[in-house]
Design a protein around this ligand. Structure first.
Ligand code: MN
Length: 711
C-alpha cells in the first residue's frame, strides 16, 4: 500500500475512497482499485466536468457512493472505469487486459445502458423503459453503477443548460428513482428523488426547503432533547444502540401534499427518530422502553419485523404523544435491518470475508429475492416478488418502434413477430425489415433496445415459411389463419376446374347442370353452397368423377373410360397442387396427379416407383398436363459418380451454378476407393434446362456418370 495517494484536496477524492474501502475490503483488493484510478486518470487526462473539475473526480465519486454501500472490489473498479470506453481512447480490450473479464463486462454493460435514449414521457412508456433497462443487464451491479453515476451527475447538474437540466431531472424521477425503489435501495432512491424534484421544480423546492428550515431551529432543540432522553433511558437498561433524529425527505413531503392534499404543517410538525440496536430482542425491549417514556398513540404501532414490508423492509414503527402533544414517530431496528433498508439488493454485495465469492451476480440477486420471499407471509407480496423477479430475470426483450414507442416481445422474437405485434395487417403485408436503419432478413432475431422498422407492400401475403421461425402466438395464429383462407380459395378454384373438366368428359358442364339441379344436389349432400363443394373436391375429400356423375344425374358407374381431358397445371396453383418429393417432377416430364384428402393434388412422374402403391385407387388419379410457358423454378434431383479428387465437389457445384441453377442440397450417397456418389437437389425451369446442366456436368473430366432416376 505504499502508493496509496494522500487524502489531500487535489487527489480527486481517491484518498477518502481508499479510507472507506479499507474499512471493509482486504488490502490486496485495494491494489486493483488504485491501478484503476491511475488508468482512469491517465485516460481522462485533460478532460474536465462542466463544473470545471478534472473529469476523474466524477468516476471516483461514483465509486465512493458504491463504497458507502460496501460493494465488492470488481464493482468499485468498474465504477472508476465506467466512462473510459465511451469517452476516451481506451478500449474494452484494454480493460480486459488490465482488469480482467468481469470488470470489462461491467463497464460494457454500463456503456450499453448509456446508449439507449428515453424519449416519450407517457407513464406506460416509462414503465417499459425501466423494464428494458433491467432486461439489458446481465449483472445487477451494472445497474448499481449506473444509479450511482446518475446520482453524481444529478449532484453536479447546476452547470448545465436549463432545458437539459429539466430533461435529466424528469428522467431521473421517471426512470432511475423507481428502479432504485424497485431494488430496495432506499439511500439512492431518496437522493435521486430529492435532486430530481429540486431541478425539475426549483421554485416549489425552495419554498418547501425554507419552510422546513424555519421550523428547524426550534425543531432541532426538541429533537436533541428527546434523543438524549432515549439515550439515557437505554443506558440505564444497559442497551447499546444509536439514536438518530430522522431527516425529512423533501420529495416525499411534496408528494404527500400533492397527492393527499394535506397541509404542510400536518406533515412537517412530526418528529422522527430512528433507534438502531444490536439484535431483534433488543428491538422489542427498546420499544417497551420508549412506550414507558411517552404514551403510544393507539393504532399506530406496526411490527414490520414479524411481518416485513414487501420490499424486505423490517422495523418496528410506533408514534408517541411527545411533549405538548407533539407526535413523535419512532423506528426501531437492528443494524442488519437498517442496512437492508438502505441498500436493498446491494446489501447482498457486502463483502464477507468468510464467504467464498464464487457466487455469480445473478445468483446473488436471486438470493436477495429468495430472502425477501422467505420474509413474506402475506399473499399480496407474492405478486410483488413475482414482478420483481420478472424484472430482474426477464424472459422478454424490449425494442423500439420508429416512433420511439417501446414494444415488449418474448426472447427470440423476430422482425415478423414485431410486425404482427404492431398490427395484424402490418404482419400480413410485411416484405422486409430494418433494424437500426439497416436492412435485415425477416427471420432475424431481435435484441434489446433495437429500433425496428417494417416495410410493407400492398398485396403482399404471409409466407408459410415464416411459421418455422416466428415465436409469438399472435404471429403464428395470424399466419395459419391466412393460410387456411388461402387454402380454401385455392382449393375451391381447383375443385371447380376439376369438376367442370370431368363434367365435360360426360358431355355436360357446370353451366349445363344449372342452378336448380345444383341447389338440389347441395341439399342432398348436406352442403351450404357451391364454394364448399368445390373446396371439398379441390382438397380431394370428394372425388371429382363421382361428384360429376352425381351432378349430371348419371347413376351407373360403368363408363369411366371417358377420362380424357387433362387438368392443366402451371405451378402457380399454390398449396393445393404440390410436387412429389419422391420423384421431383419438372415441366416436360410425363406426370399424373394423385388426389390426397386434405392436401389437394400431388404431382408424380409416370415413372415414379410409388405409383404402384397408389394403383389400388384409380379413381383418385387425374390426368395432368403442363401449361405451355411456365415461368418458375422446380426442385429436381440428379446423382453423379465422381473420381475421388480434391475439389471435385466444388467443381461440380461451380458447373451447375454456371448453368444458372441453384443448389438446394448436396448429399454424399456413398464412397468407394476411387469414386464417390453424390446427390444434388437443384432448381431448374424445365427438362431442357436440366438436360443442359447434365450435359455440362457429364463433360467434366472427373465426372464418371450423371443420372436422374425415379425415386
Ligand atoms: Mn458517468
Amino acid at each position: 500500500m505504499s502508493k496509496l495517494p494522500g487524502a489531500s484536496k487535489r487527489d480527486h477524492g481517491v484518498g477518502r475512497l481508499m479510507e472507506t474501502l479499507k474499512s471493509y475490503l482486504p488490502a490486496e483488493q485495494l491494489v486493483q482499485i488504485i491501478a484503476a484510478y491511475e488508468f482512469g486518470a491517465i485516460a481522462h487526462k485533460g478532460q474536465t466536468r462542466k463544473t470545471g473539475e478534472a473529469y476523474i473526480t466524477h468516476p471516483v465519486a461514483v465509486a465512493q457512493e458504491l463504497a458507502n454501500m460496501h460493494l465488492d472490489s470488481q464493482a468499485i473498479t468498474a465504477a472508476i472505469l465506467h466512462d473510459v470506453v465511451e469517452d476516451t481512447s481506451a478500449t474494452l480490450e484494454d480493460i480486459t487486459e488490465n482488469f480482467g473479464n468481469e470488470v470489462a463486462l461491467l463497464v460494457d454493460g454500463v456503456s450499453k445502458l448509456d446508449q439507449i435514449q428515453f424519449h416519450s414521457r407517457a407513464e406506460a412508456q416509462a414503465e417499459s423503459f425501466r423494464k428494458m433497462m433491467l432486461a439489458m443487464i446481465e449483472d445487477i451491479r451494472v445497474i448499481l453503477v449506473k444509479l450511482a453515476d446518475r446520482l453524481h451527475n444529478m449532484q453536479t447538474l447546476g452547470a448545465m443548460p436549463r432545458d437539459k437540466v429539466k430533461r435529466i431531472a424528469r428522467e431521473t424521477l421517471d426512470i432511475y428513482a423507481p428502479i432504485a425503489n424497485r431494488l430496495g435501495i432506499n439511500r439512492l432512491k431518496v437522493q435521486l428523488e430529492d435532486l430530481g424534484f429540486k431541478h425539475l421544480h426549483p421554485f416549489r423546492y425552495r419554498v418547501l426547503e425554507n419552510t422546513l428550515k424555519k421550523s428547524k431551529g426550534s425543531q432541532r432543540q426538541i429533537v436533541k432533547r428527546i434523543s438524549e432522553e432515549f439515550v439515557n433511558a437505554m443506558a440505564r437498561e444497559d442497551i447499546t444502540g444509536e439514536v438518530i433524529g430522522r431527516q425529512k425527505h423533501l420529495y416525499s413531503i411534496y408528494k404527500k401534499m400533492a397527492e393527499k392534499k394535506r397541509l404542510l404543517s400536518d406533515i412537517v410538525d412530526v418528529y422522527g427518530f430512528r433507534i438502531v440496536v444490536d439484535d431483534v430482542n433488543t428491538c422489542y425491549q427498546t420499544l417497551g422502553l420508549v412506550h414507558g417514556l411517552y404514551k403510544p398513540m393507539p393504532g399506530r404501532f406496526k411490527d414490520y419485523i414479524a411481518i416485513p414490508r414487501i420490499n424486505g423492509y423490517q422495523s418496528l414503527h410506533t408514534t408517541l404523544f411527545g411533549p405538548k402533544g407533539l407526535p413523535l414517530e419512532v423506528q426501531i431496528r437492528t443494524r442488519q435491518m437498517d442496512r437492508v433498508a438502505e441498500a436493498g439488493v446491494a446489501s447482498h454485495w457486502l463483502y464477507k470475508a468468510d464467504k467464498k465469492t464464487d457466487a455469480t451476480p445473478q445468483r446473488r440477486a436471486r438470493e436477495w429475492l429468495a430472502n425477501l420471499a422467505e420474509l413474506q407471509q402475506t399473499g399480496t407480496s407474492e405478486e410483488f416478488l413475482e414482478s420483481v423477479k420478472v424484472d430482474l430475470f426477464p424472459d422478454k426483450i424490449y425494442v423500439f418502434t420508429p416512433k420511439g414507442d417501446i414494444m415488449p416481445l418474448p426472447k427470440g422474437a423476430t422482425t415478423v413477430d414485431f410486425a404482427y405485434a404492431v398490427h395484424t395487417d402490418i404482419g400480413n403485408r410485411c416484405i422486409a425489415a430494418k433494424i437500426n436503419r439497416g436492412l435485415v432478413p425477416l427471420r432475424t432475431e431481435l435484441q434489446n433496445s433495437q429500433t425496428v422498422q417494417i416495410i410493407t407492400a400492398r398485396g403482399a401475403k404471409p409466407n408459410p415459411n415464416w411459421l418455422t421461425f416466428v415465436r409469438t402466438a399472435k404471429a403464428r395464429t395470424a399466419i395459419r389463419h391466412h393460410m387456411k383462407n388461402l387454402l380454401s380459395t385455392e382449393s375451391a378454384d381447383l375443385g371447380k376446374r376439376l369438376l367442370d373438366r370431368t363434367l365435360k368428359d360426360l358431355g355436360s358442364s357446370l353451366r349445363k347442370v344449372g342452378k336448380v339441379r345444383m341447389k338440389a344436389a347441395l341439399e342432398e349432400l348436406g352442403l351450404k353452397d357451391n364454394a364448399e363443394l368445390f373446396e371439398q373436391v379441390g382438397l380431394g375429400q370428394r372425388l371429382a368423377p363421382l361428384t360429376a356423375r352425381f351432378l349430371a344425374g348419371i347413376n351407373e358407374d360403368g363408363e369411366s373410360e371417358a377420362n380424357t381431358a387433362s387438368l392443366v397445371i402451371a405451378g402457380t396453383e399454390g398449396m393445393v397442387v404440390s410436387y412429389a418429393k419422391c420423384c421431383y417432377p419438372i415441366p416436360g416430364d410425363d406426370v399424373m396427379g394423385y388426389l390426397t384428402a386434405g392436401r389437394g393434388v400431388v404431382i408424380h412422374r409416370n415413372c415414379c416407383g410409388n405409383l404402384s402403391n397408389f394403383r389400388k385407387h384409380p379413381e383418385k388419379w387425374i390426368s395432368v398436363t403442363w401449361e405451355k410457358d411456365i415461368d418458375r423454378e422446380f426442385s429436381c434431383q440428379i446423382q453423379t459418380d465422381t473420381l475421388n479428387k480434391p475439389g471435385v465437389l466444388a467443381e461440380v457445384a461451380a458447373t451447375i451454378a454456371d448453368c444458372s441453377s441453384n443448389i438446394e442440397q448436396v448429399e454424399v450417397l456413398g464412397r468407394h476407393e476411387d469414386c464417390s456418389m453424390l446427390s444434388f437437389l437443384l432448381q431448374v425451369t424445365d427438362r431442357i434446362h436440366l438436360a443442359k446442366i447434365m450435359r455440362n456436368v457429364r463433360s467434366m473430366s472427373n465426372v464418371i456418370r450423371v443420372s436422374r432416376d425415379c425415386a
